[in-house]
Design a protein around this ligand. Structure first.
Ligand SMILES: Nc1ccn([C@@H]2O[C@H](COP(=O)(O)OP(=O)(O)OP(=O)(O)O)[C@@H](O)[C@H]2O)c(=O)n1
Ligand SMILES: [Ca+2]
Length: 494
């Protein structure tokens, strides 16, 4: 008998050793390559900005991954705190109180930002139109207020970077940066979104228009180079055209003869309050128009008439002179409106309350809605909205009318361009406003040139390393072919 034995060539000691070493080598190579290039565990950095507006102050905390400062869309708002009480400019007579008012929100920030990051966390305060007006009226008072908030902020463990009044251009331009940064439009080089900001004391319009190169009105031009793209931004801030100062102007318009009472079409019927002449005219927006020999007070009684309200509101805009190719109002240059717009702060508060955030509806429907809201008796309005602050509630007829008039008559939005406006409060969790853009700019977080990115994403890198390692191993095995044991199909005859 002959014994037939087939020997598996892969079971020789040499090949087993080679295979084991090879497998260990592959695993080691891939592990080292992957571990070495693994994204590091995320550490966060923080930044704090205080928005000292005319009507109130708000604190915002931003957070971003420590390793990737330059990546767009990576900075997020993690917390906001509304300071109790009025804006800092209202403390002109008692500046220390302006500083004190910030304490609660600052303590909250101390809790929210991890202790070991406190010292490296930049803290900024930017003041807007309320302080601009106070600075016009009484510059030493505005200096005192800034000094007081400065010494209050320096008591906290953050890296204090200063408190200052922003120019209108800065306020408009940084609002535009915020909106486009949050929408990821800057790194992508996409068409940008315009920004409409309505505050209590000023209002800003900022957008990129192909027709505008800055030459016609250099004071309205801001140029940026961001992520390798050039932007020529048109921006204008109208001081006194925030909604509180605009309301003062319409009241000034109606009290020119120093009457003891007025019938105001911009307030609901049945609404009546007594107002003080000296308080009303205590603002550079109206102080030169104060009627002489007026009594101390006047009664303001609502008449609830949208059409008449719109007439009064229109009268605070001046359309008579324009030395440029075209103007918005008050002789201010404005290029052709272009692109989508984001409208935030009071635009949003008011239009959201009035259920008018849908801009696809005809302008006529917006007017109808305002008409019916304004003519609703005050008692009924109060009953329907028991949770809304009476001060806000009383002003919505005026505010809605003012917004529509500012947009259509002031900025010349028509039916088509109106439908390109989006009334927004937040974008991806961060409030729309100038604060984020301001911080990104001051921390140099938006580079002028596009940052170099690794040619491959991490997953692609891992796959390629693995495939290469396996191929090398196969090549190695094949190259050892001469050493392979004879593989014979013939049975061995013993
Ligand atoms: N729920 C709210 C909150 C605020 N407001 C009003 O909205 C206006 C503007 O608020 P804001 O954008 O916060 O203005 P400020 O930043 O304080 O003012 P500015 O930017 O002009 O300095 C104020 O008249 C305020 O009374 C409102 O109608 N409804
Ligand atoms: Ca503001």
């Amino acid at each position: 008998m002959s014994a037939m034995k087939e020997k598996n060539p892969w079971q020789t000691p040499v090949t087993i050793i080679i295979t084991v070493i090879g497998v260990i080598a592959i695993v080691a190579l891939v592990t080292v390559a992957v571990l070495q290039n693994r994204p590091l565990p995320q550490k966060y950095k923080y930044g704090i900005v205080l928005d000292a507006g005319s009507s109130h102050t708000a604190l915002y905390i931003y957070e971003w991954p420590a390793e990737k400062d330059n990546n767009t869309g990576r900075v997020e708002q993690t917390h906001s705190c509304k300071v109790k009480g009025p804006g800092i400019s209202s403390y002109a007579h008692d500046p220390l109180k302006a500083g004190e008012s910030l304490r609660v929100c600052m303590q909250e920030a101390e809790q929210r930002v991890p202790g070991k990051r406190h010292q490296e966390t930049p803290l900024y305060l930017g003041a807007t139109a309320g302080m601009r007006l106070l600075n016009i009226e009484n510059s030493s008072a505005s200096d005192e207020v800034l000094k007081a908030v400065e010494s209050a902020l320096q008591k906290f463990p953050f890296s204090y970077q200063g408190a200052r009044i922003l120019s209108g251009q800065e306020e408009g331009a940084f609002g535009w940066v915020t909106v486009n940064y949050l929408d990821d439009r800057l790194t992508q080089g996409l068409d940008t979104t315009g920004a409409l900001d309505l505050g209590g004391a000023s209002t800003q319009i900022s957008f990129v228009s192909e027709k505008f190169d800055g030459s016609e009105s250099p004071s309205n031009s801001v140029t940026f180079r961001l992520y390798g793209n050039d932007y020529n931004l048109y921006t204008h801030s109208f001081l006194c055209y925030g909604k509180d100062q605009a309301l003062r102007m319409t009241l000034a318009q109606q009290t020119q003869s120093g009457q003891a009472s007025i019938l105001d079409p911009c307030f609901n019927t049945g609404y009546t309050v007594m107002k003080n002449y000296s308080v009303l005219y205590d603002s550079p927006c109206v102080s030169d128009r104060k009627p002489q020999n007026a009594p101390a007070t006047f009664n303001q009684t609502g008449k609830g008439n949208f059409t008449e309200c719109q007439e009064v509101v229109k009268s605070v805009f001046n359309f008579t002179h324009c030395k440029y190719s075209q103007c918005s109002f008050n002789g201010v240059f404005q290029p052709l409106l272009q692109g989508p717009f984001g409208a935030f702060s009071a635009y949003y508060f008011v239009m959201n309350f009035l259920n008018l955030t849908d801009t696809s509806i005809p302008l006529k429907a917006v007017e109808d809605k305002l008409n019916s809201f304004c003519s609703t008796p005050w008692n009924q309005i109060k009953q329907q909205h028991p949770d809304v602050k009476v001060k806000y509630l009383a002003e919505y007829c005026f505010s809605g009318t003012y917004i529509l008039t500012l947009l259509t008559e002031g900025y010349k939005f028509d039916q088509t361009s109106y439908s390109n406006i989006k009334f927004i409060k937040k974008i991806k969790g961060s409030d729309a406003g100038w604060t984020l853009g301001y911080m990104l700019n001051l921390t140099n977080m938006i580079p002028a040139e596009a940052p170099d990115s690794p040619p491959l994403p991490h997953a692609g890198y891992v796959s390629i390393v693995t495939i290469m390692a396996v191929l090398l191993f196969i090549l190695f095995i094949v190259s050892l072919r001469p050493l392979w044991p004879r593989c014979s199909k013939q049975p061995q005859i013993v």
